[in-house]
Write a protein that binds this ligand. Sequence first.
Ligand code: ATP
Ligand code: MG
Length: 422
Amino acid sequence: MAIKAVRGVRDILPSETGKWQRVEAAARRTFEAYGYREIRLPLFERTELFARGIGDETDIVKKEMYTFEDRGGDSITLRPEATAGLLRAYIEHGFQVEPKPVRLYTAGPMFRYERPQAGRYRQFHQANVEALGEPQPAVDAEVIAMLMDFFRELGLVERLALHVNSIGDTADRAAYIARLLEYLRPHAAVLCGECQARLERNPLRVLDCKVPDCQPVIEKAPSILDSLSPEAAKHFERVREYLDALGQAYTVTPRLVRGLDYYVRTTFEVLTTELGAQNAVAGGGRYDGLIERLGGPADPGVGFAIGLERVVLLLEDHDAASRPFVLLIPLGEAALRRLLPVTRAARQAGVAVELGYGGRKLPRELERANKLGVAYAVIAGDNEIVSGEAVLRAMGSGEQRRVPFAALAAELVGLARKDGAP
Ligand code: ATP
Ligand code: MG
């Protein structure tokens, strides 16, 4: 029996990679325009980094990590997110001496043991951005605006909604959790099983529950915005003012708490209504204190993660960009040898060329040209070798003309340029 891929893990097939490349190019272009530099990080880290960096009580650390002991007896975890590893690198390489904010981005696979479904996988990809060492609320607004510029670049911005919130500082949150518990406990009986368990362990997560039965209770819950300290409230007010100044629309959503323990003050999410329950395409926030918790300096930070599978799911199919432009059809060995250098010269000039290898008859090759969707075919047999001219056929119209072999490569390059083809 043939061996299949692991459950929840998928191949990204050639029919999809065009979209992935578009997404990756848009991320790179957008982030670099804002001064971010790429950092490439390992896919696994010591388990304790995530336990400390994400929080023991989070769903990720409690239920979703791929953890194993390596042959040397160390506990290793495949990264479920990128921020902890990125901050580990920031501390390890002494980035704090650089001008602030230190702006870094990275992208790649993450691993979480979750129930696989459309838009939710066990190996998935994120693009991550972090601005480190700058406490000013203008950075929060700039980071959020950049995230939306990424979606704009992909033509998705009209189909997405930006939600922002502040969850205050650690003390504000403690005070709020007490208020929230007071409110939730009397309603415990009508909450879903998971929320009943969360109630004592991580009550903020109740606000994030998507079970319909829980919604009426969640809707009437006290707002965390009423529990903010004056400093945290001021910070959030500034973030909103700067977003306004940037012309960035948003909705304030007090129930937006996010699943990671490390956030303080600003949190945000970008949601779509088009992917069912998998409605979050990106999320982020401020995490002052986390770098210190990981053994580094007391540098603040703000950043986000984009779920790339979900972005790709939203993109329309463009016609395949990687179609070859021309098929060269040699009929016989002599013609193959005459066309090989033409093929090479055209490819070196960046034209996507497909070559027949001399073994098939002309009708079969023309059929192949149609299937490949090439714009032109070049046909050469013994007669053409003698005359010194190949036949150039426009596949759309069927029109044919003769081109000397010596001019063929340049002719193909010229046609490709005119066509804007690869
Ligand atoms: P969700 O609420 O969908 O579980 P999350 O809060 O766990 O998301 P984050 O840790 O904030 O997600 O990760 C940022 C983004 O990564 C999410 O908004 C989502 O787009 C994407 N993402 C998270 N988990 C998965 C997964 N298992 N498969 C695919 N994409 C994912
Ligand atoms: Mg999750």
